[in-house]
Design a protein around this ligand. Structure first.
Ligand SMILES: [Fe+2]
Ligand SMILES: [Fe+2]
Length: 237
């Protein structure tokens, strides 16, 4: 397995590992701000790969904030390895997620984020947007980096395979195809309205956890994915 790191927006880096056995890609993101923030830690078993890649950009112990979309092995499996490696780091997660998950799981107390709260990282500003059960998990949330218009949208648009670092090609069809395989998204009456609200953000880059970084028409893509989910929800109903 090989892990690469690429800058996808101003001081925003995509760390990417393709796992051939599963034909699946796992991405983490580093906002290398004055206060560096990590979105997704990766699996615990991938900590050496991910931390070595990040060390080429910033010292591992400079990481100040550890964040992830929801509690799951690939999202936050090495949370405690990161807390040990970066003594000044704090986990920041949605308030509900801290209450029901992270308070118990993390080796240090997390910082609970309110819905809409902005973390001022100096050079960058990251807004917390709670998205309960979208794509899955009561604690689910996304982060929007305001200075670059980067939406860390986690598992939304999850696709199989190996990907370009960035693309403006279609990410909706691959996302819907993978959804029919995995059924990973919680399709509820709030799924589509939540995604339409995300489509209203002024997003210039969609930072996919399992796919490329999408630099095309982000609002259109988010609405098209919502259309697909709406159809699936209707069929399931
Ligand atoms: Fe997930
Ligand atoms: Fe994931």
């Amino acid at each position: 397995m090989e892990t690469r790191i690429d800058e996808i927006a101003d001081r925003i880096f995509r760390i990417s590992t393709y796992v051939p056995e599963g034909d699946f890609t796992f991405n983490q993101f580093l906002v290398n701000a004055d206060e560096p923030l990590l979105f997704h830690t990766g699996f615990r078993s991938m900590f050496p790969l991910v931390s070595d890649a990040i060390a080429t950009v910033t010292p591992v112990d400079s990481v100040r904030w550890i964040t992830f979309g929801h509690v799951e092995g690939d999202e936050c499996g090495s949370m405690n390895e990161w807390l040990a490696a970066a003594p000044n780091a704090t986990v920041a997660h949605g308030a509900v997620g801290c209450m029901v998950q992270v308070n118990e799981l993390a080796d240090r107390a997390p910082r609970p984020l309110g819905n809409g709260e902005v973390m001022d990282l100096g050079s960058h500003r990251v807004r917390n947007i709670d998205t309960p059960h979208v794509p899955h998990g009561w604690d689910a949330h996304v982060l929007f980096e305001e200075t670059t218009g980067t939406l860390f949208c986690g598992d939304l648009f999850t696709a199989t395979g190996k990907h370009e670092v960035t693309t403006d090609a279609d990410v909706v069809e691959p996302g819907l195809a993978a959804e029919t395989i995995f059924g990973a998204t919680a399709l509820t009456p709030t799924t589509v309205p939540t995604m339409r609200a995300l489509a209203g953000l002024d997003t210039r880059t969609l930072a996919l956890m399992h796919g490329p970084a999408f630099t095309g028409d982000c609002a259109k893509a988010m609405n098209a994915l919502a259309d697909g989910y709406e159809q699936m929800f209707r069929v399931a109903g």
